[in-house]
Design a protein around this ligand. Structure first.
Ligand code: NDP
Ligand code: 2IT
Length: 450
């Protein structure tokens, strides 16, 4: 067995109850072997064993009182995965499915993603099995305050800087920030994705979706193609999906689908971003409401999905942008996309494609932008927010957006060049994994066994 296979099999034996973490580890470790063969110093330093084990994980009880006066208990976590190249950085997810294994998959991805941005940030992820759906603003506030009572001692502007992810948007970041300030009396950039009135950065809200489209633009240009005139499917209906749709229009493409946990919308005339924002951000309503407001839109509920399928990927499109959640695009879905002539898939969500689906895309040779490269614009702009906070300044939208555009173009070029170096032109899975890995591994070796 090769070094990477050995490490993977040890992880499988140790964490059989963390399937998402094992899936992320498998995707990464399998592609690193050529770099490990080329440079034996990584194996000698046991880098893979060290990279796949978090530096530390906090897990804590979060207790709060709901609007009926009932005591509620949730489970909170922060996985501080790797600090070789900078302070821990990564989002917080509030969703009933959250557990340590899911946060470890996200944290492992985050290490390499953050490295790829070219900025000095380490990898982390956190969250809780709290479901913001159906909760009042006051309940969300009390939960966030209770969560921060536990978390505040472990974070800091040069220690660990959390941000948003599924279920954690501007509202939650505001309550978390207020709680931190109350507990510590410190006004510091300890979270990113903050509101513009209290230290947030312009363009951070849009950054993941915009960055995804900038990345795709660079990837298609390299193939002598462009987004202009392309019909696109987008999944998800939250932060990433919304600003992906907005930027697609700006690039001359048309998004025709969005989805949420209840179903998906198809409208051949194109998704109306203002209505999407009204329904999902302001009303916090399910997507069926969108179809009430837009007569040309067709809503298909999850109850009508064929078993084991996500029919949002059956729509005939030129390019697909999964922006909802992990494993929302499986091998059968990938085959359906390819059969309909889809030539480009770029991932806004983290690990949206199963390993079977990724293999289909690579086999077909289409333009495939894996998550840790394609969705890195969010965290990259978080780092720009940290820079502004550290300098006690604020840049214009154009300045931040311009830097984001540069970061995504450089990131694409770096991943593509690394794939070419290993004679696998166009394989951005390998290119991104190896490029992200090498910087972290070199930093770990330089800093010794600690
Ligand atoms: P939001 O909470 O804003 O939106 C999430 C969307 O995905 C919602 O439409 C939600 O539906 C849907 N969704 C969530 N879980 C499921 C599920 N189990 N099944 C079906 N649909 C689901 O989150 P974001 O837009 O911020 O995050 C989306 C993805 O992008 C995640 O994978 C996240 O990790 C990734 N990401 C986010 C970044 C960011 O900056 N926010 C940066 C990089 C990656 P519903 O409304 O019904 O809950
Ligand atoms: O998955 C991700 O990169 C994020 N949720 C954003 C993390 C961040 O720190 O901005």
């Amino acid at each position: 067995m090769s070094y990477s296979e050995n490490v993977l099999s040890a992880l499988k034996a140790r964490y059989p109850y963390q399937p998402e973490f094992l899936q992320a580890a498998e995707e990464i470790l399998k592609t690193l072997q050529p770099a490990l063969d080329k440079n034996p110093v990584y194996e000698k330093n046991k880098i893979l064993e060290r990279l796949t084990e978090p530096e530390r994980t906090f897990s804590f009880r979060v207790e709060w009182v709901d609007d009926k006066g009932q005591i509620q208990v949730n489970h909170g976590y922060r996985v501080q995965f790797n600090s070789a190249i900078g302070p821990y950085k990564g989002g917080l997810r509030f969703h009933p499915s959250v557990n340590e294994g899911i946060l470890k998959f996200l944290g492992l991805e985050q290490i390499l993603k953050n490295s790829l941005t070219g900025t000095p940030i380490g990898g982390a992820k956190g969250g809780a099995d709290f479901d913001p759906k159906g909760k009042s603003d006051n309940e969300v506030m009390r939960f966030c305050q209770a969560f921060m009572i536990q978390l505040y001692r472990y974070i800091g502007a040069t220690v660990d800087v959390p941000a948003g992810d599924i279920g954690v948007g501007g509202r939650e970041i505001g309550y978390l920030y207020g709680a931190y300030k109350r507990l510590t009396t410190r006004y510091e950039g300890i979270l990113t994705g903050k509101g513009l009135t209290y230290g947030g950065s312009l363009a951070r809200t849009e950054a993941t979706g915009y960055g995804l489209v900038y990345f795709t633009d660079a990837m298609l240009k390299d193939r002598g193609d462009s987004l202009k005139g392309k019909i696109c499917s987008v999944s998800g209906a939250g932060n990433v999906a919304t600003y992906c749709c907005e930027k697609l229009y700006q690039m001359g493409a048309t998004p025709v689908t969005v989805s949420d946990s209840r179903g998906f919308i198809y409208d051949p005339n194109g998704i109306k971003v203002d209505v999407l924002e009204q329904v999902k951000q302001q009303e916090r309503a399910p997507l069926s409401r969108y179809a009430e407001l837009v007569p040309t839109a067709k809503f298909t509920p999850v109850s009508a999905y064929p078993a084991g399928r996500h029919p949002v990927w059956d729509v005939k499109v030129d390019a697909a942008f999964p922006c909802a959640t992990q494993n929302e695009l499986n091998e059968e879905d990938a085959k359906a996309l390819l059969k309909n002539g889809c030539k480009c898939v770029a991932e806004g969500a983290n690990m949206p494609s199963t390993i079977g689906a990724i293999n289909e895309f690579l086999k077909a040779g289409i333009a495939y932008g894996p998550a840790k490269a394609a969705n890195a614009g969010g965290v990259a702009t978080s780092q720009l927010e940290m820079e502004q906070n550290a300098g006690m300044t604020a840049w214009t939208f154009e300045e931040v957006d311009g830097k984001l555009h540069n970061i995504m173009t450089n990131l694409y070029n770096n991943a593509a060049a690394t794939a070419r170096e290993f004679k696998l032109d166009g394989n951005l899975v390998l290119g991104a994994n190896i490029a992200g890995f090498r910087k972290v591994a070199e930093a770990m070796i330089a800093q010794g066994v600690i």
